[in-house]
Design a protein around this ligand. Sequence first.
Ligand code: PMP
Length: 415
Amino acid sequence: MTATAAATLPALDAQALRADFPALQQTVHGRPLVYLDSAASSQTPRRVLDALLGYYENDRSNVHRGVHELSQRATDKYESARIRLQRFLNASGPEEIVWTRGTTESINLVAATWGRANVRAGDDVIISAMEHHSNIVPWQVLCQEKGANLRIIPMSHAGELRLSELDRLLSGRPRIVAVTQVSNALGTVNPVREIAERAHAAGAVCLVDGAQAAPHLQVDVRALGCDFFALSGHKMCGPTGIGALYARRALLEEMPPYQTGGDMISSVRFEKTVYNELPYRFEAGTPMIAGAIAMGAAVDYLENVGMERIAAHEADLLHHGTERLCAIRGLRLIGTARDKASVLSFEVEGAHPADLGTLLDRQGIALRVGHHCAEPVMRFYGVAATTRASLAFYNTRSDLDALGAAIETAKEILA
Ligand code: PMP
């Protein structure tokens, strides 16, 4: 979004929205909780908790199976959540939304089905240098199994993909380009629309890891032009254990099933099984019913707040946080791309990330230290770990001021 577009929107009142989140009301070690770990998992608003509990209290039963009232209600709510997510992503139809356990399972699904059916010896699978392990390992396994090559789009020191290298990478036998839209370790926003376009021009399909994009940016899978888009509910104010895969209908129709068993069939004979229609063909067994229903509530919640307002508010926070952190002597930001979202990764001279994280926790600040499931990124910067503050719309500038002050206190203790 442009700065002018953001400026015309009524600003989001993060302080007021915080009241919707029970977990944000607590103190930790005697201090008000400052939650800066939303890239790992966001917090859950009351409305989503009510949807979870509402299913268990009123509609608890299985879906797609019963003629009785409870099962009908559960099925209606489960399918209505799918439609809400479809609209949230601007997919063409609900059959393009497959419920999964999350981004990891969504990517594994694509690698195990589309990948096994379409990648052959000598083909190229292209990922980027800043991928989360869940967008590396499934492709590595596939390439090993098929004798295909895993190729990597390199990045600059600022943490921007070197897209000038893409044509060279696409000049072999590319089958798929799988990239993250927003890097969880660096915050870089990648131009996935352009990447998808170039992948298609070279005859490849494009998968977008949307785990860190869907909670922060307005996503329109048709405008992005991607073929697959993976997301996780727990990073978008939804429950854990639920996520989704968007896949273009034409591709889903050709893909072999993922897991097999109940629900994914339309008829079973010992001689032959006929698979169910889309998207049920990819949802074997009893699904995460409560999770999907609550995910529908999470999507409603995000839409009510407004994704454009969320992006504008978080851009302001990122700017404020960057200035505050850069004022600390000995602090080095890791990931300084021009286009960034929601993540401030850094190291502080003389402070081991684990010690720093513990001292910050004692001051009520929750953030993440470690490799963030992106070891190749850590290796690129020559560090074992970073400290990462990650933002959501319920954060305020004062959370970042508290972070800055707490780092300064921790530095004094460690000096
Ligand atoms: N990709 C990215 C960019 C992520 O940040 C994460 C979660 N940290 C994942 C994939 C994996 O998501 P999940 O653990 O919810 O499957």
